[in-house]
Ligand binder design. Structure first.
Ligand code: NAD
Length: 480
């Protein structure tokens, strides 16, 4: 069995007393790896190591250009070790290998390259003043960053936090989710191999409440907390951050709406709608889990969509033909399975899918559940989608916005004016028009309402991971 330790101060270490926990492969439902189980002891050690590396080490004192070189070397190693990293995520949480190898590895490497380049190349501002002074801005590293990640895109979402934090000269303590720990240790090993100094990128494994997660978020030596996970956990973390007045960035849950107008290119709409909900077995914060279709094309859409859903290959995530793997863990499977019990109360009609063997759920479609049903309002985080007809633009905008979440939406229409008008009216962080998942790393990413606080990406990440400073210079001796 493979073993994965914490990475603290440049060393791979075990927990005090040798405590470990198993990582369960959700396809075999057997342990495949043994992980060091941290407590507040390891969490505090990791924060101290990051603190020392920030206060005394070379990393924050290097130029962004020097850091950029080391981070690019790190990204090269991520690509070279792509098979190992992809298999770690697939075995930890059941994601099809085609997705972990084909999407997550290259995007992880790209996140590191992008933020290294962005930090090295971004300009500050110079503000000439009438008084004979000028003001310029500096973006200095904030300090010790705690990054807490979920299990659905393990290495990729971790890199989305670790990359900008490192690029701007911070030191990091990363806590991966307990269901997907392995790739974080592999990444931190590779960072050391790339020459990123000890103590700059630390990893501590363990659970959230009353464990490593809470110890990290309550530590007064931390300068930033960046969290991705459930909205309810985000509230707990925001309270811990408030106690020390630590800035916190929260990327939380979603209930992505997907609006298909009658004038849409239907082939395109069906193709993206399938990817939007069934990629990663629906375990995607951005998943298009409630589809709204203009009534005149409802029957045709449902027919084509269900045909495509039924054709999806469900199976062993290690096989290159598999499109839908098992759910990530027994606990998560049990939660998602519960939504089948309440279909009768929702008044919706299940037209495809259902429970498979083990922790599998086949792509499932529920047509016209009640507006107030749990299927329509809660984040299911599984391969279950609802389809509801609508009659007018005003009605559908109201339906989409009538949600506690506001992460993202998709709009399918060939009418340019309508596309812009609807995009403006939706209360979400991202709108995709006639597409899905496409990302420009300079753009703001985050959610409205219960979907989050703050934005990350490009200059938005710079704002969070630095302490912006104004320097006011006297330019003319005679002025005061
Ligand atoms: P989760 O909130 O259960 O756990 C996320 C992380 O927080 C884990 O590492 C966990 O150990 C830790 N944690 C839990 N309780 C904690 C506490 N009290 N203090 C500190 N840390 C704690 O979420 P999950 O089930 O791993 O992930 C799924 C959720 O993540 C979904 O709601 C999904 O929408 C959301 N998500 C959001 C985005 C986004 O960008 N908005 C992206 C991916 C996933």
């Amino acid at each position: 069995m493979e073993t994965f330790g914490h990475i603290i101060g440049g060393e791979e270490v075990q927990s005090e007393g040798g405590r470990v926990f198993p990582s369960i492969d959700p396809f075999t439902r057997e342990p495949w790896a043994e992980i060091a189980l941290g407590t507040h002891v390891e969490a505090d050690r990791a924060v101290q190591a990051a603190r020392r590396a920030f206060d005394e080490g070379p990393w924050p004192r290097m130029s962004a250009g020097e850091r950029r070189k080391l981070i690019h070397r790190f990204a090269d190693l991520i690509e070279e070790h792509g098979d190992e990293l992809a298999m770690a995520d697939t075995r930890d949480m059941g994601k099809p290998i085609t997705q972990s190898r084909g999407n997550d590895v290259p995007r992880t490497a790209m996140n590191f390259r992008f933020f290294a380049d962005h930090a090295a190349l971004s300009p500050g501002e110079v503000l000439p003043m009438d008084s004979g002074h000028h003001t310029y801005t500096r973006y200095d590293a904030a300090g010790v960053v705690v990054a807490i990640a979920p299990w659905n895109f393990p290495m990729m979402l971790e890199s989305w936090k670790v990359a900008p934090a490192l690029a701007w000269g911070n030191t990091v303590v990363l806590k991966p989710a307990e269901d997907s720990p392995a790739s974080a240790t592999i990444m931190a090993r590779l960072a050391l191999q790339a020459g990123i100094p000890p103590g700059v990128f630390n990893v501590v494994h363990g659970y959230g409440p009353d464990s490593v997660g809470s110890a990290l978020t309550e530590n007064p030596d931390v300068d930033r907390i960046t969290f991705t996970g459930e909205s309810s956990t985000g509230k707990v973390i925001a309270r811990a951050a408030a106690a020390n007045l630590v800035p916190v960035s929260l990327e939380l849950g979603g209930k992505g709406a997907n609006v298909v107008f009658a004038d849409a290119d239907l082939d395109n709409a069906v193709e993206w709608s399938i990817k939007a909900i069934f990629t990663n077995a629906g375990q995607v914060c951005l998943a298009g889990s409630r589809i709204y279709v203009e009534r005149s094309i409802m029957d045709e859409f449902v027919e084509r969509f269900s045909e495509a859903a039924n054709a999806m290959v469900v199976g062993d995530p290690k096989e290159s033909t598999t499109q839908v793997g098992p759910l990530a863990s027994g606990v998560h499977y049990t939660k998602v399975r519960g939504y089948f019990d309440t279909i009768p109360q929702s008044n919706g009609t299940q037209i495809s899918g259902g429970l498979g063997d083990g922790w599998f759920i086949r792509p499932t479609i529920i047509v016209e559940p009640d507006r107030e049903s749990t299927h329509q309002r809660e984040e299911i985080f599984g391969p279950i989608v609802t389809i509801t007809p609508f009659d007018s633009e005003e009605e559908v905008v109201g339906e989409v916005n009538d949600s506690p979440y506001g992460l993202n939406a998709m709009v399918f229409t060939e009418n340019l004016v309508k596309a812009h008008r609807v995009s403006a009216a939706l209360v979400v962080g991202t709108v995709w028009v006639n597409c899905f998942f496409i990302r420009d790393l300079r753009a703001p990413f985050g959610g409205a309402k219960q979907s989050g606080v703050g934005r990350e990406g490009g200059t938005f990440s710079r704002e969070f991971f630095t302490e912006p400073k104004a320097v006011v210079m006297q330019m003319e001796r005679s002025s005061h």
